[in-house]
Design a protein around this ligand. Structure first.
Ligand SMILES: N[C@@H](CCC(=O)N[C@@H](CS)C(=O)NCC(=O)O)C(=O)O
Length: 221
């Protein structure tokens, strides 16, 4: 059955792979599923056709036959449940890997997103400079805890899993701030994730789209 995901027609990060379609592409590559991509503009994301797929008017979405999903955690979980390679067979190890998926999106990603918000969306506000160190310290707090838990392990709990895929994807968003590099074991953990052939393919696919040359009609080809 054809799998179709949505991605930005032109990602604001210019192809750094930080838009969330990259983690879905990565999961698809890890489990060996081919997929198609429908590119959407910021305007199209807020129109009824896309809002029917994604109630919050965002990317990525995931369509497979009659099934339509949104939320990257849910999409990656769906793929990990139906295909081998992203979740351990042992029930307890599987439950722990799923726990790390939730930890990534629910505990680690929020302070990192806050940092992006304060720097980019709120950068022109008079209180932004005062708020930045507070937000940075909250990110550091989380990264430190995660760094202690990871220690010298290769992955968070045994073999690479969907928990690592989500965590590495979330941590990548903290790298432009410089904070990730303050925790050398986390920086190395992220680099291990990026070195996986499946990640490389996912990254290259989004880069190809985001570095296309704009055409006279304004749309990249
Ligand atoms: N929690 C959602 C977040 C989705 C999200 O924020 N997507 C961003 C792109 S990475 C987006 O569409 N932003 C545009 C907007 O919100 O208008 C998920 O993990 O899928």
């Amino acid at each position: 059955m054809t799998i179709t995901i949505t991605a930005f027609e032109r990602s604001p990060d210019g192809g750094k792979g930080l838009a969330r379609d990259t983690r879905v592409r990565w999961a698809l590559e890890e489990v060996g599923q081919s997929y198609e991509v429908r590119l959407v503009s910021f305007q199209a994301m807020k129109e009824p056709a896309h809002m029917a797929l994604h109630p919050f008017g965002q990317i990525p979405t995931y369509e497979e036959g009659h099934l339509a999903l949104f939320e990257t955690g849910s999409i990656v979980f769906h793929l990990a449940e139906r295909h081998a390679g992203l979740l351990p067979v042992d029930a307890d190890a599987r439950a722990r890997a799923i726990t790390w998926m939730f930890a990534a999106v629910n505990t680690v990603e929020p302070p990192i997103l806050d940092l992006v918000t304060v720097k980019i969306l709120e950068g022109d506000k008079p209180w932004s400079k005062e708020r930045l160190p507070l937000v940075q310290d909250r990110v550091r707090g989380r990264l430190k805890q995660l760094s202690v838990r990871l220690g010298s392990a290769e992955w968070l709990d045994g073999e690479f899993s969907a928990g690592d895929l989500m965590m590495v994807s979330v941590l990548l968003r903290s790298r432009p701030s410089g904070l990730l590099d303050e925790y050398s074991n986390l920086a190395a953990y992220v680099a291990r994730g990026e070195a996986r052939p499946a990640y490389q393919r996912a990254f290259a696919a989004q880069l190809a789209i985001n570095t296309r040359t704009p055409q006279p009609d304004g749309h990249p080809r």
